[in-house]
Design a protein around this ligand. Structure first.
Ligand code: AMP
Ligand code: MG
Length: 451
């Protein structure tokens, strides 16, 4: 487990006051480790979980050569170029039943989709390519079929003994089906990540509190709930925490005890007259960054150790270590990773998507690479200063000629959450990039499938 200072020393040109987005990602990759504890779950509970072991196929899928169509199976060597072929139907092969009997030259079997290909037969003519003669034989027109057509091979989906799904894969709907196709009822996944969240700031109201001048309702907590739930993490909701050292200390300690990661919003800007930063510094090994990005910029990152907690709060720690489940968790959780995000609602989402999400995925054990950014043509000019990464809310649409185009959604203020609702992606204007002219292609991180 590396300290913040050790990781910083490894990174070329590390300057906490001017980090690029790439440096932040490189830093976080060194800071966070995948959990190790696993659990076995049924397929219905496995969606979005991360596979903890390779799944080796115990059988071949499909288990036999079989027909891809409803039609007639026969030996394809009888097909001659430019000539029709007439065959006598000597039996029927149904799906799910082994076929007995032999089929000779000039003969065929009526066969259903999925039925086992009888020995010696290699070609299926779909029903609609045939005509029936007066004496009940079938005729295949010339040149409509080739030897081997409409035959599925044994193991063409998966061969027995091969790796069907690799460790670290996120279980998608297709993956669930694949697991079931192997006859497996359960699957071993990494344990679910627990992420504690609380909002800070004395001006933040919880729902149910009456409005008061200068105060705003806490939206970050609900946005974060959505983001974490979509990711498949369990959110431990610690509410809004007032700016009092004793309260902050208690909630940080509680969060570090219970969670793999602690996310906060607010109170990390330089000018903040609050105790959040002080408490982070006091309880953890934490770096305070200014990131060359917009929106966003201030962010605190580090680790809140659990050992300190055990010393000060022995009874809780003892109780926890009596449970075998907790013990297992402790081994893979030397401390809770802290992500202190800025308070502005859009900045929270952007910093989450750009940095926290990839880090949490790594902690979940996922090895899936980040989804590729889309290229879309900007329909408008966008002002952009080189030397920082900008994330503009955008709407991607398909133009008449089929190309993707994107425009920004209105007011880009970092508190304007409605623009985030309208957007279907973030236009990512990279560190070195300058102004965008209408017609220029830009990168877009689309939300669909992500949030
Ligand atoms: P801060 O980073 O604490 O300076 O907050 C920046 C802005 O975001 C301020 O206008 C805050 O009122 C607002 N803000 C902070 N936390 C929240 C929250 N949980 N929900 C909604 N707005 C917030
Ligand atoms: Mg504040």
């Amino acid at each position: 487990m590396k300290t913040i200072a050790q990781i910083a020393a490894e990174l070329q040109g590390y300057d906490p006051q001017a980090l690029s987005a790439d440096q932040v990602l490189a830093f976080l990759e060194r800071l966070v480790q995948p959990v190790t504890a696993t659990e076995e779950v049924g397929i219905f509970d496995a969606l979005g979980r991360v596979l903890a072991h390779d799944v080796v196929s115990p059988l071949s899928v499909p288990p036999h050569d079989n027909s891809a169509m409803d039609g007639y199976a026969f030996a394809g060597t009888q097909l001659l170029a430019g000539q029709p072929l007439t065959l006598r139907v000597v039996g029927t092969a149904l799906a799910g039943k082994a076929c007995t009997g032999t089929v000779g030259a000039g003969e065929c079997l009526k066969i259903m989709t999925g039925a086992i290909m009888p020995p010696g037969l290699d070609t299926v003519v779909p029903q609609e390519f045939t005509t029936t003669t007066a004496d009940g034989r079938i005729t295949i027109a010339a040149n409509v079929l080739q030897l081997g057509d409409n035959r599925r091979f044994k193991g063409e989906d998966l061969m027995e003994g091969s790796v069907a799904l690799a460790q670290g894969e996120l279980l998608t709907p297709a993956a669930l089906g694949l697991v079931a196709s192997l006859g497996l009822k359960t699957i071993t996944v990494y344990r679910r990540l627990r992420v504690a969240y609380f909002s800070t700031g004395d001006e933040i109201l919880s729902l149910g509190e009456p409005p008061r001048e200068g105060a705003v309702y806490d939206s970050n907590r609900y946005t974060m709930f959505g983001l974490l739930t979509r990711l498949g993490a369990e959110m431990i909701d610690l509410g809004v925490v007032r700016d009092e050292p004793a309260l902050l200390e208690a909630v940080f300690r509680d969060a570090a005890q219970r969670a793999d990661a602690v996310i906060t919003s607010g109170g990390v800007s330089v000018g903040e007259a609050d105790h959040t930063r002080t408490m982070m510094k006091q309880l953890g090994d934490v770096a305070f960054w200014r990131i060359a990005m917009r929106p966003g910029r201030p962010m605190a990152v580090g680790r809140i150790a659990r050992s300190g907690l055990q010393a000060k709060n022995a009874s809780i720690a003892d109780a926890a270590s009596n449970s075998p489940h907790q013990k297992d968790d402790e081994k893979d959780r030397p401390g809770a990773i802290l992500f202190g995000l800025p308070g502005n609602p859009v900045a929270v989402m952007v910093t989450f998507l750009a940095f926290v999400r990839p880090a949490l995925l790594r902690m979940m054990g996922s090895t899936r690479p980040a989804p590729p950014l889309l290229r879309a043509v900007s329909t408008e000019a966008i002002r952009k200063k080189p030397g920082r990464t900008e994330y503009q809310r955008g709407t991607v649409t398909t133009a008449h000629d089929g190309t993707l185009q994107v425009r920004t959604t209105g007011n880009q203020g970092s508190g304007v959450l409605s623009s985030m609702v309208q957007a279907n992606g973030l236009i990512v204007l990279h560190h070195g990039q300058g102004n965008v002219a209408p017609g220029d292609a830009v990168d877009v991180m689309v939300f669909d499938g992500v949030i």
